[in-house]
Design a protein around this ligand. Sequence first.
Ligand code: PYC
Length: 310
Amino acid sequence: MRVIDSHTEGEPTRLIVDGGPPLGTGPLALRRERFARDFDDYRRFAVNEPRGSDAVVGALLCEPEDPTAAAGLIFFNNTGYLGMCGHATIGAAVTLARMGRIGPGRHLFETPVGPVTVLLDGPNAVTIENVPSFRHRAGVAIEVDGLGTVVGDVAWGGNWFFLAEASPLPLEMAHIPGLIRAAEAVARALAAAGITGTDGAAVDHVEFFGPPAGADAHSRNFVLCPGGAYDRSPCGTGTSAKLACLAAGGKLAPGVDWVQESIVGSRFTARYRLDEAGRVIPSITGRAYVVAEATLLRDPGDPFANGIVP
Ligand code: PYC
């Protein structure tokens, strides 16, 4: 399997460019189902230890259905599959540019949850326009073991998020282990209380917000992803969910920049427009860098040939 690794504002992406699962053709959502049902060992092989790590998000480069699209992408991590992934789309765009597959300008990418556009604005600078995002529930109060009552919104930004305004700990790197434990407790409480997205979808990403370190940012976040890893970037889909909540609360007007800082101090600059149907369409600007090109090898005698299964 040939992969190209990048990071987007600190968060790693591993793009499978050759040797991925034979998913055939059809809508990306169906191909993602096929991936999960019949070829999950490819996911574990690509991103789990000993070849990857819990922090790595994988993206499978696919032929798009729409001939005008530049690429299709299916996202996955140490535990399963994602709908969209903002940082990985930015990383994939920079990687595809390095491969000579796309040039500067605007490109359409297909994902399992809908088309997104990508504006390549230099070798490392990318703006993505994400899928329509929305606040599903506002001011949800849940009782969380060890934390008491936690109040937040449930929103969609390409994945499902619970966005808690108050962080249980200062948003500093020294507190990451405690923030992970707190966010995991929130995720368990949401599941126990039956709080879901639409159609019973699991709310599997948890965000805490607090004041930014830099005066020119608007907010700092900590994002826990399914699988227990935290996002080193401000999270593209999480920032989209945040914009949807700000828009729904009348706190941010269309076209106004929102600078979201991550727990490691990196940033996305984000804004939204309203489409003809009045839906929030977020766009996220960030930087990505290619860090490795590799061939992953599989020895059938290796007891961990398909990765370590947690
Ligand atoms: O950037 O959307 C994102 C993301 C999701 C999970 C990790 N990063």
